[in-house]
Design a protein around this ligand. Structure first.
Ligand code: HAM
Length: 537
């Protein structure tokens, strides 16, 4: 590194990574209020909280969300997690040594060194396989036998390697060893979770939750990760509040109740102007969605030239997603495409009609949107999305739907499932845009103190007030009263408690209401009563 580069590096200022951000007070108070409301509302519907890992086996999302989805295909943060324990590091070290070693037939010591490294590698890998630290399947077992066989081949050296042919055989053997070593999988792919439905289903199976009374109702809160192009309401680390209901029947009333809970929550947090869109995408049978997708593909082929490159690509990979396109130039074309509602099988049609009836019974207003297909593969039948104002193009504040086959797809028993996830960042943005951010800010009491005796009383007062639940600011160093009151104002304090040595010797403390300037004197014991009364006033 040159001096100039080193200097620049030294002076580097770190910033949050693109697409991530800090959420600071006082905004965090609003986040807390929203999360608290979720805890309360979901509990009234019988849901319990599940806390899930932030990273999981990459293949979980690949299988659940779908290989051809944008989330898995382009947006996942994938981690190469080295095998557990020291053996992983040792294998990695040996592998690098083997890869970069040159072995000349003219130098028997090099041949010996290579043999030692290779033997060590095979030995360590055998231990890793035996201890279950390295991934193991039929393929790795066959591969391992091959690795072992190469030891025998290497043992044929050194011999009197004089002919070019000897040298050639050695080169070939060494190269073969290097290739075999390179192909060993020493890491496991993990992914930062892009969503949590897959994890909830994994946990349902892992903890045998099918043995609990069904259905099992779970909710979660926390960060998700997708490598998307950041913009307003779209981040690479974003937060979801989600709920899933697993097991039990697929009664339309369940779909409607999940949506009712969601709308109750939005109502409680004060979200205004939310619109609920619903659709049914049927199930994956020939007489239902598969048949429809074939018709859709045929129709899309006919208009292919008029579509943008993304939609053109999706005709073969994920044609339903073309319906999701926001491209202005494609809207008129999409409007002419066959609609899924006309191709649902009788059972799915009946289910969808019943879900709508159940929503009406609960007084939940909805609009139908035949283009609502969602971007994850696991959905079937009911899908829904909620949009909110003030969010620009990223206006979906919640998405969800039914996913009856997912638990089975992940190796569990046949299980019905439905759920949703709210984009918390977007919900907060929409609340902020509509001014619905009424959370208590600032301090209740600022203690302006001067003098040593006053300070002792101030510490006592702070302790008592905090115990009673007041938020109190006790400055750590003495300040003139004028400055202290200015500070109290800046912090948005409601009251200032003025404590000088005079107040302490008189036994009468002064409380100033900062909004009116009104001052009243109290004894220490009356002060708390007064403030408690003011709090509830
Ligand atoms: P999703 O539609 O991919 O569904 O995400 C749900 C919500 O998360 C979106 O409506 C949006 O509000 C928010 N969101 C998604 N990506 C971002 C982003 N990059 N930045 C900010 N917010 C974002 C799911 O994740 C499904 N797991 C929902 C579900 C649960 N379905 C059934 N159960």
């Amino acid at each position: 590194m040159s001096d100039a580069t080193a200097k620049k590096e030294e002076g580097r200022k770190f910033q949050a990574t693109k697409g991530t951000r800090d959420i600071l007070p006082p905004e965090t108070a609003l986040w807390n209020r929203v999360e608290q409301t979720a805890h309360e509302v979901f509990a009234t519907f019988g849901y319990g909280e599940i806390r899930l890992p932030v990273f999981e086996d990459f293949r979980l999302f690949q299988r659940a969300v779908g290989v051809e989805t944008d989330i898995v295909n382009k947006e996942m943060y994938v981690l190469d997690d080295l095998m557990e324990g020291e053996i992983g590091a040792r294998l990695e070290y040996l592998r690098v040594q083997i890869q970069y070693m040159t072995v000349s037939s003219a130098l028997p010591t090099e041949v010996e060194q290579f043999k030692t490294l290779y033997n060590d590698f095979v030995k360590a890998y055998r231990i890793a396989l035996e201890r279950g630290l390295a991934p193991r399947d039929e393929f790795t077992d066959r591969h391992f036998s091959f690795l072992e066989a190469m030891i025998g081949r290497l043992d044929l050296f050194p011999r009197d390697m004089r002919t070019p042919e000897d040298s050639f055989v050695l080169d070939e053997t060494v190269n073969n060893c290097k290739i075999q070593v390179r192909e060993i999988q020493l890491t496991e792919l993990k992914a930062l979770r892009p969503e949590a439905t897959a994890s909830v289903c994994r946990a349902y199976i892992e903890h045998n939750m099918q043995q609990l009374p069904q259905p099992v109702k779970l909710y979660y809160l926390g960060p998700m990760f997708r490598r998307e192009r950041p913009q307003k309401g779209r981040y690479r680390q974003f937060y979801q509040i989600g709920a899933e209901i697993l097991g039990g029947p697929d009664a339309p009333a369940t779909d409607a109740e999940v949506i009712e809970m969601l709308m109750t929550f939005f109502d409680k947090v004060g979200l205004q102007g939310a619109t609920l869109y619903v659709n049914s995408i049927g199930h994956s049978a020939e007489n239902c969605r598969r048949g429809y997708v074939a018709k859709l593909m045929a129709a899309l082929e006919k208009v292919k030239d008029k579509l943008g490159p993304d939609s053109q690509r999706r005709i073969d990979t994920n044609p339903l997603r073309v319906l999701d396109s926001k491209l202005e130039s494609e809207q008129a074309i999409i409007a002419t495409l066959p609609r899924i509602a006309d191709h649902l099988c009788d059972e799915c049609k009946t289910h969808y009609a019943a879900v709508k009836r159940q929503l009406e019974l609960r007084g939940v207003l909805y609009q139908e949107n035949w283009r609502l297909v969602r971007g994850l593969d696991y959905y079937m039948r009911t899908t829904f999305e909620i949009t909110a104002p003030g969010l620009g193009s990223q206006n979906a504040v919640c998405g969800g739907g039914r996913y009856d086959g997912l638990v089975e797809l992940l190796g569990g028993p046949p299980t019905k499932g439905i759920g949703f996830a709210i984009g918390e960042d977007r919900l907060i943005l929409s609340l902020q845009e509509s001014g619905k951010t009424n959370v208590a800010q600032g301090r209740d009491v600022y203690i302006a103190w001067m003098g040593e005796r006053a300070y002792a009383a101030a510490i006592r007062a702070a302790k008592d007030l905090r115990k009673a639940g007041f938020s109190v600011e006790l400055p750590p160093v003495e300040q003139k009263f004028g400055k202290a009151l200015g500070q109290a104002d800046k912090l948005g304090a409601r009251f200032a408690l003025i404590l000088g040595d005079n107040e302490v010797s008189e036994g009468l403390w002064t409380i100033k209401t900062l909004s009116t300037g009104e001052q009243t004197k109290f004894t220490e014991s009356d002060l708390l009563d007064y403030l408690v009364k003011q709090r509830s006033a």
